[in-house]
Design a protein around this ligand. Structure first.
Ligand code: UFG
Length: 354
């Protein structure tokens, strides 16, 4: 059977997508350099999906439903070997650096890693006749939008080097598809992925102090930090705090399966927003998490964070019509599942036996 190559499959969105792929009968080859992820995530994907394969000598990797290669996309030789070893049908490309603040400090490292990784991947696809790719993009390519909801046709602009790498990386598979009419590309622009698998076995495990709102709120709820810093309460929104489109990571994972089916039937390039279409303010998120964990979450109002938009939520019409995809989970389920993950894994994957 042909396999789906998943780069960055041990990460937050990657591990949930691996689960969705396996549940839908796909066989997968995961490539991840583990720079910001854990192999334990994949062990737990196996548990969720009931894969108890003997990975010893009797089972060749080619026969396994989930194989893992610790490999950096910048290592062209190692990547070439993987493409030579398996019959790859399509690629889902998550692997990238993703911290906005770090990208401002180390822009060249971000451009080198994210762009070169994508180029190397497309090069191997070309060499091995692999024609389909789903690319992990971000609503960050809309920068500070002129209006909401944001449609795929909105102007693209970015406010930091991370965002620009997503902007530029979208163009690489797009031109790769332009060069061969048999190729097909889905660019998935994620809004704000939160939540965790309902099992509590896989979830978001940021290293160091989290940059994003939800992981930070979780740590405050768990008593690891004293309070949430709300970046500005003077935005032109009903309660003055920033509004975002939070989406359950399980819904996002399902969107990848829909996109894979879509590019199987269509050629060329299409960009899709993956968001619920609903916006929630920072204060509303704190309230929803208080409800989920049953404890107060202290906060203080601080300065605005440079580059932040007041408001951003998706027009998801295209994903609904073309992918047949729609988000199933609401904000309460997102907070419930995130809290379940936090409670079961207070230190993430660190020190966990499996
Ligand atoms: N916020 C706080 N306090 C925090 C963290 C965030 O008040 O400690 C606020 C932000 O100002 C913003 C909202 O919470 O209003 C969400 O912030 P996040 O950092 O969680 O998410 P962003 O919308 O800024 O960015 C995220 C990802 C990007 C991605 C983008 C897509 O970090 O990688 O969504 O829109 F590109």
């Amino acid at each position: 059977m042909h396999k789906i190559l998943v780069t960055g499959g041990a990460g937050f969105i990657g591990s949930h997508t691996c689960t969705a792929l396996l549940e839908n009968g796909y066989e997968i080859v995961v490539v991840d350099n583990l720079s910001n992820s854990s192999r334990k995530a994949l062990e737990r994907v196996r548990i969720i999906c009931g894969i108890n394969e003997d990975t010893g000598a009797s089972t060749s990797p080619a026969n396994s439903r989930l194989v893992f290669h610790e490999c950096d996309l910048l290592d062209q030789e190692a990547l070439a070997q993987i493409f030579a070893q398996y019959e790859i049908e399509a690629v889902i490309h998550f692997a990238a650096f993703k911290a906005v603040g770090e990208s401002v400090e180390k822009p060249l490292a971000y451009y080198r890693n994210n762009l070169q990784g994508t180029i190397n991947l497309c090069e191997q696809m070309a060499k091995h006749g692999v024609k389909k790719i789903v690319f992990s993009s971000s609503a960050t390519v809309y920068g500070v939008p002129d209006s909401v909801p944001i449609a795929e046709t909105a102007p693209l602009r970015c406010t930091n080097p991370y965002g620009w790498t997503k902007f530029m990386c979208e163009q690489i598979p797009r031109d790769f598809a332009n060069a061969d009419i048999a190729r097909s590309v889905a660019l998935l622009r994620y809004f704000n992925p939160i939540g965790a698998h309902p099992s509590g076995l896989i979830g978001e495990d940021p290293r160091g102090i989290p940059n994003n709102l939800l992981p930070y709120v979780l740590r405050v709820a768990a008593g690891q930090y004293p309070q949430v810093n709300i970046y500005g309460q003077d935005y032109p929104t009903p309660d003055g705090t920033g509004i975002r489109d939070y989406i359950h990571v399980v819904d996002l994972a399902a969107g990848h399966v829909s996109a894979l089916k879509y590019i199987d039937r269509h050629t060329g390039t299409e960009a899709f927003n993956l968001g619920t279409g609903n916006g929630y303010s920072v204060l509303e998120i704190i309230q929803a998490m208080e409800k989920a964990c049953g404890c107060p979450i202290p906060y203080q109002i601080t300065e605005r964070r440079p580059g932040d938009a007041a408001e951003g939520y998706a027009d998801n019409t295209l994903a609904r019509l073309k992918l047949g995809w729609i988000a199933q989970y609401g904000i309460d389920e997102m907070c419930r599942d995130a809290w379940n993950w936090q409670q079961k894994n207070p230190r993430g994957y660190e020190n966990a036996s499996v």
